[in-house]
Design a protein around this ligand. Structure first.
Ligand SMILES: C[S@@+](CC[C@H](N)C(=O)[O-])C[C@H]1O[C@@H](n2cnc3c(N)ncnc32)[C@H](O)[C@@H]1O
Length: 445
């Protein structure tokens, strides 16, 4: 983050402008470490990420930074926050069992966070290899397979809608490890993407692996209650698979409206429905509940699965289609679209933006790859059980020639063959960041 950018932001708690107190570490373009202040408090900036949090531990981190001790401040922040979840034992257990379990969980969390700190310093390792080494279990697998996950795919036809609006600055709220930010940066290279998430470790990953050129702010919206941007700052606000995890939904919806230009676009892909079952629901609302939050401008909900089927089967996106209350009530998840301008129409040939993303291609990590003479045999793993749409759309087994794979690895490739585009449409080949996963390690001989 550079000093010009910091001065454009304000403190979400007192509203006064942020100023740089002391720069501890910087490169030619970026401030990597600094202490930033407003009228009410000081905030640390580490790894180029501005940390707008109000908890007590942060003053300890800021103090370390003020003493010029960058590495200790960073280590302390990662070790105190990490990612590991502590699973508290149920209330029905006797008190003593509870205490032992809490301490063991605390110890596990401490060790896991220490491991995170050690591994995260190794910048050569690929993203997938890092995920496996970190031992984050299911969450690590979720991050490795995020591009393969249909809960992510609705962004691809929506790129056309984003493109049809004036761009420049986009907010990716709840960006996680940065998969969406990567897609946005590759589809719209001149757009500045602002990434917010409450997890500092995920933001480090996002900046390192997915979108180095983005702006990063670490904050928990439920603690801070407002966003650090001036009114009418963004052309588009995106919030994928996150809104249902935020408790202060009305404040967040109001903040999205405030920071968005009057003719701007809000997109909330993969929004859970309170009327449907979900293994990790957060605190979702009913369709009526969501529409009420955004009632000051035209807002529509689309069942996610309908948008996906249309995209995958017919290569179109119909934002003009109205769904019955009954259909909305039975949908598992939605895509919410809010805009005052003319976005509610039919879009054709929507795979265009998706197929022209400028990035490396890799074999989708849900495939096991085996070499057989001049062919590679790809077999889909049991991933499909979770998602019937993957079962229908992505082939279970296929052979591809060595020549094709060599071609996708060629750097500076100008034209992509129809055969490769076909494999992209089927999500056999996916667009990934440069150091996502080692192509060679995926292949078993
Ligand atoms: C399921 S992940 C989705 C990440 C990303 N948008 C994607 O689709 O790949 C939800 C993210 O929301 C973030 N999050 C949840 N509640 C938040 C809050 N109150 N403030 C900021 N971020 C929050 C979490 O840290 C997590 O990274």
């Amino acid at each position: 983050m550079d000093s010009k950018m910091i001065k454009q932001l304000h403190c979400p708690l007192c509203g006064s402008r942020l100023e740089i107190n002391r720069i501890i570490r910087k490169t030619d373009e970026d401030i990597e470490g600094a202490v930033v202040s407003c009228s009410c408090r000081k905030y640390p900036l580490l790894e180029g990420i501005l940390i707008l949090k109000s908890n007590k531990h942060l003053s300890h981190i800021t103090k370390k930074l003020e003493e010029g001790n960058y590495t200790r401040a960073l280590r302390s922040l990662i070790q105190s926050q990490g990612l590991a979840n502590t699973h508290w034992i149920s209330r029905s257990n006797p008190l003593l069992v509870n205490i032992v379990h809490r301490n063991l969980a605390g110890l596990r969390k401490l060790l896991s966070n220490y491991k995170t700190w050690r591994l995260i310093q190794n910048s050569d390792i690929s993203f997938c290899a890092l995920m496996r080494k970190l031992g984050w279990g299911e969450f690590g697998e979720y991050l490795i397979n995020r591009f393969s996950d249909p809960t992510f795919w609705s962004i691809y036809p929506l790129l056309r809608v984003i493109k049809s609006r004036k761009l420049e600055r986009v907010l990716d709220f709840g960006c996680g490890a940065g998969h969406l930010s990567f897609i946005l940066s590759r589809a719209f290279p001149h757009v500045e993407v602002f990434n917010i998430d409450k997890s500092f470790v995920l933001l480090i990953l996002a900046k390192r692996y997915f979108n180095d050129g983005g702006q990063y702010i670490c904050m928990d919206f439920d603690d801070m209650g407002s966003l650090p941007f001036q009114d009418d700052y963004f052309f588009t606000v995106l919030c994928m698979d996150t809104f249902h995890y935020v408790s202060s939904k009305l404040s967040l919806a109001n903040e999205f409206s405030r920071v968005l230009k009057s003719r701007g676009l809000t997109l909330i892909p993969h929004l859970h429905n309170a009327l449907a079952k979900n293994i990790s629901p957060g605190s979702p609302l009913t369709p009526a509940g969501y529409l009420k939050l955004f009632e000051n401008s035209e807002t529509r909900l689309f069942p996610e699965v309908n948008l996906l089927e249309e995209f995958l089967k017919k290569n179109k996106l119909d934002l003009n289609k109205k769904y019955s209350q009954e259909r909305l009530n039975s949908a598992k998840a939605f895509v919410l679209v809010r805009s005052n301008s003319k976005v509610y129409k039919k879009y054709l040939d929507v795979d265009c933006e998706f197929l022209s993303l400028k990035s490396d291609l890799n074999i989708n990590p849900i495939f096991e790859v085996k070499k057989a003479n001049s062919q590679f045999i790809l077999t889909k793993q049991d991933y499909e059980d979770k998602y019937s749409i993957v079962k229908k759309h992505v082939p279970s087994k296929l052979e591809i020639s060595k020549e094709i794979l060599n071609r996708i690895r060629e750097k500076g490739r100008k034209k992509t063959s129809e055969e490769i585009q076909k494999l992209r449409r089927k999500f056999v080949l996916i667009s990934v960041p440069r150091n996502y996963c080692s192509f060679h390690r995926q292949i078993q001989t």
